[in-house]
Design a protein around this ligand. Structure first.
Ligand SMILES: *Cc1c(COP(=O)(O)O)cnc(C)c1O
Length: 361
């Protein structure tokens, strides 16, 4: 029972196909009406003032730090258990990631921020991992107090709320990915940032287009990172249904929470006052690897998000970290397991997974 992303397509098949044909027949494929409409609609959805469409979530992250002027010699605080792309957004610019252990909700542990700050710290990157919001009140005050930028990695948290505000709107820049498996998924790669500041939005538009605002006048060394018309059009279709898409995931998560009774599993919990969107439903199990095998025998596919924490990745050996440096992060890497959760998952499929999990000894 792998992640059935096709179900999310077939549910709105006619609308997707109609939009795809419309874009193909329009004769305009890059930076046109679909992108600008999507940007307006996504900004309105999140409650941000501006949205700029980009080619991927990683581009959103690295361009965010580039535009904030964070590079060599600067440090960014980020939780150690995140997906490695969050960290690459920092290191592509030559800046140094300073890992902070996660709290019991997988978010950056605000109690540890104070210990990790140095004279070189320029920003905090808060990752709303698995669609569970970080504790934004405390993070925002910490950043204000220390005059730090706040960037949010919302690649897994489209539509998640902390209090009555959506994730992505607390910091200076909210970074989104529309990779197909994300809660708001395209049919290829895509990303975006949301911002409050008009000048920042203009910078992203400039950087995504070779550093040029006016054709053939290049202000900065930019890149090619444009959300294309086809993806933007298809994302507009998906965005029309995002409420239903999100609620379906919340119902699956609630059903898991209600029916999983096996004491060998520790279920995920949201921080108080937040609304999660369950990009993943991540349980913890001390006998995780035996559990995976048991589930495989029953044809239940699970994934580990993520088996190797960034500080132990080969790519980041140059940072000089070792096993044992971040025990909370490392223990999570050894015990987390993402259960099947996808739009279009049937009640029978869910019951099958739950019965198997509850029978695991
Ligand atoms: C998916 C993801 C990214 C990267 O997004 P892409 O669009 O794949 O580049 C970054 N951070 C997190 C937490 C992600 O899940």
């Amino acid at each position: 029972m792998p992640n059935r992303m096709d179900r999310g397509f077939y549910k709105y098949q006619q609308e997707f196909e109609q939009k795809a044909l419309e874009v193909l027949r329009s004769g305009w494929y890059v930076l046109g009406r679909e992108v600008s409409s999507f940007e307006e609609e996504f900004a309105a959805y999140t409650g941000a003032d501006y949205c700029v469409g980009l080619a991927s979530g990683l581009d959103a992250l690295w361009l965010a730090f580039r535009i904030l002027g964070i590079g060599a010699g600067d440090e960014v605080l980020v939780q150690g258990n995140t997906y490695i792309a969050s960290v690459m957004g920092i290191t592509i610019n030559g800046a140094t990631p300073v890992f902070v252990e996660p709290d019991e909700h997988f978010g950056i542990d605000v109690r540890q921020l104070e210990e990790k700050i140095t004279g070189r710290t320029k920003a905090v990157l808060a990752v709303h991992l698995y669609g569970i919001p970080c504790r934004m009140d405390e993070i925002v005050s910490f950043c204000k107090e220390h005059n730090l930028y706040l960037v949010e990695d919302c690649a897994q948290s489209h539509g998640a709320y902390y209090g009555d505000r959506m994730t992505g709107t607390f910091g200076d820049i909210g970074c989104f990915s529309f990779y197909p498996s994300k809660n708001l998924g395209a049919f290829g790669d895509g990303g975006a940032v949301v911002v409050r500041d008009e000048a920042l939005a203009r910078d992203f538009r400039t950087y995504r287009n070779y550093g040029s605002e006016v054709r053939y006048y290049n202000k900065v060394v930019g890149t090619n990172s444009r959300l294309d018309e086809l993806q933007a059009g298809l994302l507009r279709v998906r965005l029309r249904h995002i409420k239903e898409i999100t609620e379906e995931r919340q119902e699956i998560a609630a059903y898991y929470a209600e029916h999983l009774t096996n004491p060998l599993l520790r279920l995920p919990e949201l921080p108080e006052g937040t609304t999660g969107v369950w990009h993943q439903y991540v349980v913890r199990c001390e006998e995780r690897d035996r559990l995976i095998e048991y589930l495989n025998e029953r044809e239940i596919g699970t994934i580990i998000h993520y088996p190797i924490p960034p500080h132990l990745a080969e790519a980041y050996q140059y940072l000089g970290h070792h096993k044992g440096d971040f025990p909370v992060t490392e223990h999570l890497a050894d015990t987390v397991l993402s259960l099947p959760i996808y739009n279009g998952m049937t009640r029978e499929e869910l019951d099958y997974v739950i019965d198997a999990l509850n029978a695991f000894r």
